[in-house]
Design a protein around this ligand. Sequence first.
Ligand code: 13P
Ligand code: 13P
Ligand code: MG
Ligand code: MG
Length: 366
Amino acid sequence: MKITLSVIKADVGGYVGHSSTHPEVLAKAQELLEKAKNDGLLVDFHVTRCGDDLQLIMIHQQGENNDRIHKMAWDTFMECTQVAKKLKLHGAGQDMLADAFSGNVKGMGPGVAEMEFNERESEPVVIFMADKTSAGAWNKPLYKIFADPFNTIGLVIAENMHNGFSFELHDVKKAKKIVLNAPEDIYDMLVFMGAPSRFAVKAVRHRDTGEIVSVSSTQRLSHIAGRYVGKDDPVCIVRCQGQFPAVGEVLEPFTHPHLVAGWMRGSHHGPLMPCPVAQANPSRFDGPPRVIALGFQLANGKLIGPRDMFDDPAFDHARAQSNQIADYMRAHGPFEPHRLHLEEMEYTTLPAVMKKLGSRFEEIKD
Ligand code: 13P
Ligand code: 13P
Ligand code: MG
Ligand code: MG
């Protein structure tokens, strides 16, 4: 059965501040997607949230970039924004950057990850959703999952993935893309992937078959809007098992809470803390950044699940380490590298301060 898995997300308002999502917003989204399912547009769906980001996980047969699916998601976010406005939630409609829908939510504010594929005999998928960070946050885990044999032993001992995976990298500032192959291109690949503020992995494919295995949202709201409106708080879909990495190989990289950009005012680095959905309420200094992982088995387009994959004491050490790293990074206060590099700041008073003090700068003569 050919199906499309679409994850479309937006921050339509935070409760309280930017920390979480109000139950009435979730209930509205649930009601509208239920209607879309009854109308036959969706085969199945699951509504959740990570921090203040509302997540619509949808299975349908309309293909990628489909007008009807995107419009339904857009309309859902708009109606949820009305609920957020009624409750005066924080930043109601934060990611809804256009007044009217024009065919596709890409470039309008919401984040999108979609993939169309033939459902296998067993089709386990894991959907990662993050808050207080940007799409480049997936670069390191995706490298570990699909290119590092110290993480994914299947690359070494499973014949059906021994020829590796190809990575589609996007230059999010220049709007260009390149495909590189692991293992032979890994040194070149890491030149780009190691710079996640600029390059983000959009898709990963199985080289022997060309099958899609992973897709991420790579929209950068700050670039879309031309001004600060929130980090994009990305999502990433990964198909697992068989010719793809095992579920455990896909989750393993998150035992290392790597530093990502997007904490407090979208302007600080902090550790990416893996946590269950119930704990994805970034509150300390609006963080630290969170990632949740929902696992599903697909059955003829039905989402069997979710299983809350980070709801496992095996991730307790990563959470404890995240808190230690958070203390260490916070102690830097307004200094880099806790604070982002000047060009990466979502907010800055630099132009105003320069205007005020510019005339007091003197040439250094020797
Ligand atoms: P969101 O992008 O999740 O709305 O967070 C904004 C922010 O920077 C909070 O400090
Ligand atoms: P706002 O109060 O405008 O949301 O700004 C602070 C913040 O948290 C933004 O990230
Ligand atoms: Mg917000
Ligand atoms: Mg958010």
